[in-house]
Every structure is written in structure tokens, then in C-alpha cells.
Write a protein that binds this ligand. Structure first.
Ligand code: NAG
Ligand code: NAG
Length: 434
């Protein structure tokens, strides 16, 4: 149930029976954690561990670690704890040589995508609402190592715990001022404050409560976006990635009733097939908070149910609920069912390429055609032009991908060998991904 619905229930029933959700901090930079490696497996003794170019926090290499070697970052801090064995172990027969890529989660922002987990999140929850909301309890584990940069925009939460200890707003400031080399580090925002207000009660707008009164600008830079499996995917407000499904957005008018809207959505979903989709109702993350957004996605593999349901809800929304314009967007058919459309597109594409090719031949061949003897070199020339053009495209993207990882953050050490080694490694990586 979304936060605004929860508040609405209080308004209707006049109770304070709000079931607060727990929202947990996820990052754990432990070197012994399979999910911190690109292939989801711990490196074995014949593998070379490649660190990203920059590590912002610090990483502890646990005692007893056995790897083939390290390609160290250009900047960063690694703490060796006990013994470390380098070089391949021939007794380790179940291990093939290669690279293992460590993903840096040692330093994360409160407003980063995918750093929070909660049972209330579903597939339709925008990234902008996958954060602790005003009525949530925030939980930081004590058996993980991480650094958290606190938010600049004020965030209200109901409670905050680090391990088993609860903190008030003031106690949190004291904890941060007193911290030295704890495994869990909290970094003040640029205003030298926590940005966190721990408060039990909130009063919101007549249409209900948004997740936060001042929405956060979510940092999507580290989020992995899978390729959507549909024709013309959509990007609802607050999402980092394009998705298959649909959404409706509108300004609520005076006559808008959240409960009635929720019933309408619920009934439509039930009538369709209640187990085939997931939905989320919330405010769009803009200032001032004024628009209501409904997002629906298919559970599991996209079949198009969500798009159809959005379509029928969009028609069924009462005119007196909406002020101004209502916008609905849905994605197209699933990719595996769009074979025909795909083929038409491809053949159209070839038709265009062919006619362009004809034009090209027409303009470039005319001088040749003046001579009665057809020169075989003419054809070669055309081909080599095409060849050269496609070559230059390839080299441009390659250069781009090397530039994109420019260094930032404070310098702990520099590894002058990194660029050359990393450069070689990256070529291998891109070949594998292709
Ligand atoms: C060796 O690898 C296979 C497949 O990857 C795995 O199922 C098996 O448990 C591994 N054996 C050992 C001793 O690690
Ligand atoms: C963090 O990783 C360490 C090492 O694998 C593990 O013992 C610990 O339980 C993890 N913490 C959390 C909260 O997942």
C-alpha cells in the first residue's frame, strides 16, 4: 500500500493504526560478498580482480583472500586485513583464469537508486519513491561496511536505527560528530547537517501525503537498466529506466477522491486478472507536488496487460477529478510478438539504405560512366568509403567509453599503470558483452 493511501485510511477511519514500513540500507562493500562482483561470484585463485578506476570509500580485503592478482584503482583506499595470497593456485581445479570485476559500493548517496530495500516496494514503484518515506522506519545494519552521504533536501522519517539503537535527530548529529573509524560512516551534506528529520507525525495536502514533501533528485548513474522487452517502452515520472507498461498523470481537481480513484484502479485490475500486474499510486517527484501518477507494470514477463489496463482506467477517470490535461502513455507489444512489425521496419530500413546507395552510386559514378570502359576500381572505391566511415564510428565510441570514467574524489594514491592496464582490460570486457 502506498504512503498516500495509508494516510487516507487514517483520515477515513480516524485511527492512528499506521503500519510503518521498514526501509533497509543495502550497500555492503565487503570483499567477501558475491553480489559485489560483476558476475555475481567471488573471485577464485586464478582470477585477476579489476577494481573500478576510482574508489570513493575504503574497501577491506578480508584475511585469507586468494586471488590471481589485482588491478588496483587509480585512486582509492584498500585496507589489507591479515594475509593475502596472490598468484594462481594449481590445486584450485574448479577455477578458470580471467578477470573478475569488483563493483564499488563503498560510498553511496542516500538519494542513490537501489540503495534501499523494503517489502512495500514493487515493480511499479518509481525510483523516486524507493527511499524512506515520511512514515517509514529507516534501518542501517551494523554487520556491513559502508559510507552514506546524507541528503541535502530535508527528509522526514518516523524512526532511524543503526543496528538496534534508535536515534533522534539530535542524537544522530552527535553520533556523526563523534564517529572515528566505525565500519558505518555517515557524511554530512554540503550544509554540514544530516538533512534527516525524525518525526512521528506529518500533515499533508488535502489529496494525501507524498513520500516526501520535498522530493529527492535520485542519482540514477549507478542503476543497471535491463533492455525493455517491448516495442516503444515508456518512462514514467521518477523512473531511472525505460520500462514496459503504462502510466497516467493528472492534476487532481477539487472533486478528486483518492479512495474512489484507488477503488477504480483496484476494481479494474481485479476484473482483468488480479495476479498479472502490479501498480503504484503516488505523486510525481516535482516541486510543487501537485500531480498524481498511476503506474502499472506486468508481473514477470511483459504480456501487455498493464498497457491495456492503463488504457481502460484512463478512459474511466471521472472528468471532475482532473484539472487541466490528463496524460497517459503505454508501451507497445512484447518484442517476441512483434516479429512482423520488426520485419517491416527492417525491410523499410533496407529500402532506405538501398535508395541512398543508389543515390550515392548515381552521384559518384557519373564521371566514370562517361568512359565506355567500366573501371573495376570504381566499385572498390565506393566500398572503401563505406568501410572508412564505419571504421570512424567504431573508434569514436571506443574513445568515448574510455573517457566516461574520469576520476573524481580525493586522492589516496595513484596507480600510474592503471590506465594502460585498464585500457586493455576494457577491450576484453566489451568483447565479452557483445
Ligand atoms: C565446481 O564448479 C561447479 C560448476 O560451476 C559447481 O557446481 C561445483 O560445486 C564446484 N565444485 C567445487 C568443489 O567448488
Ligand atoms: C555484509 O557482508 C559480510 C561479509 O560477507 C556479511 O557477513 C554481512 O552479513 C553482510 N551484511 C549485510 C547487512 O548483509
Amino acid at each position: 500500500m502506498s504512503p498516500i493511501l495509508v494516510l487516507h485510511c487514517i483520515a477515513i477511519f480516524g485511527t492512528t493504526l499506521v503500519s510503518a514500513f521498514v526501509v533497509k540500507w543495502l550497500p555492503n562493500s565487503s570483499f567477501k560478498l558475491p553480489k559485489n562482483f560483476k558476475d555475481g561470484k567471488l573471485p577464485c585463485s586464478k582470477q585477476t580482480v579489476v577494481f573500478p578506476q576510482t574508489i570513493v570509500g575504503s574497501i577491506k580485503i578480508a584475511s585469507g583472500t586468494e586471488v590471481g592478482g589485482f588491478i588496483l584503482p587509480e585512486e582509492g583506499e584498500l585496507i589489507l586485513d591479515g594475509s593475502l595470497t596472490l598468484g594462481s593456485n594449481s590445486a584450485d581445479t574448479n577455477c578458470t583464469e580471467g578477470n573478475s570485476y569488483y563493483l564499488d559500493v563503498s560510498y553511496s548517496l542516500w538519494r542513490q537508486a537501489d540503495v534501499w530495500s523494503s517489502p512495500k516496494f514493487n515493480q511499479a514503484t518509481p525510483d523516486s519513491d524507493r527511499i524512506p518515506c515520511y512514515n517509514d522506519e529507516v534501518e542501517f545494519p551494523t554487520d556491513a561496511k559502508y559510507t552514506v552521504e546524507l541528503p541535502t533536501r530535508p527528509q522526514y522519517v518516523k524512526a532511524l536505527r543503526i543496528g538496534n539503537k534508535s536515534y533522534t535527530s539530535d542524537e544522530l548529529v552527535l553520533r556523526i560528530n563523534a564517529q572515528s573509524d566505525e565500519q558505518q560512516q555517515f557524511v554530512f551534506n554540503k550544509f554540514m547537517s544530516t538533512g534527516i528529520r525524525i518525526k512521528q507525525h506529518m500533515s499533508c495536502s488535502q489529496f494525501g501525503c507524498p513520500c516526501q514533501m520535498v522530493p529527492l533528485k535520485i542519482d540514477c548513474s549507478t542503476k543497471f537498466c535491463p533492455k525493455p522487452s517491448c516495442v516503444s517502452p515508456v518512462k514514467p515520472y521518477g523512473f531511472c529506466c525505460d520500462i514496459c507498461g503504462g502510466y497516467v498523470v493528472f492534476n487532481p481537481d477539487q472533486g478528486f477522491d483518492l479512495k474512489a480513484f484507488n477503488d477504480l484502479v483496484d476494481n479494474t485490475v481485479q476484473a482483468y486478472d488480479k495476479n498479472s500486474v502490479e501498480y503504484y499510486i503516488g505523486f510525481t517527484p516535482e516541486i510543487p507536488l501537485s500531480r498524481i501518477q498511476l503506474v502499472i507494470v506486468d508481473k514477470g514477463v511483459y504480456e501487455g496487460s498493464s498497457a491495456e489496463i492503463i488504457n481502460s482506467i484512463s478512459y474511466a477517470i471521472h472528468a471532475h477529478w482532473v484539472r487541466g490535461q490528463k496524460v497517459a502513455e503505454i508501451s507497445g507489444s512484447p518484442l517476441d510478438k512483434s516479429g512482423l512489425g520488426g520485419k517491416i521496419f527492417v525491410s523499410m530500413f533496407f529500402a532506405v539504405v538501398l535508395s541512398l546507395g543508389a543515390l550515392y552510386v548515381y552521384y559518384y559514378k557519373i564521371p566514370d560512366l562517361r568512359f565506355p570502359i567500366f573501371s573495376p576500381n570504381g566499385m572498390e572505391n565506393i566500398l572503401s568509403r563505406y568501410q572508412r566511415r564505419s571504421d570512424s564510428i567504431v573508434s569514436l565510441t571506443r574513445r568515448d567509453s574510455v573517457i566516461s570514467g574520469t576520476s573524481r574524489g580525493s586522492t589516496a594514491f595513484r596507480n600510474p599503470l592503471y590506465s594502460s592496464k585498464r585500457g586493455r582490460v576494457e577491450v576484453v570486457e566489451s568483447v565479452v558483452e557483445d
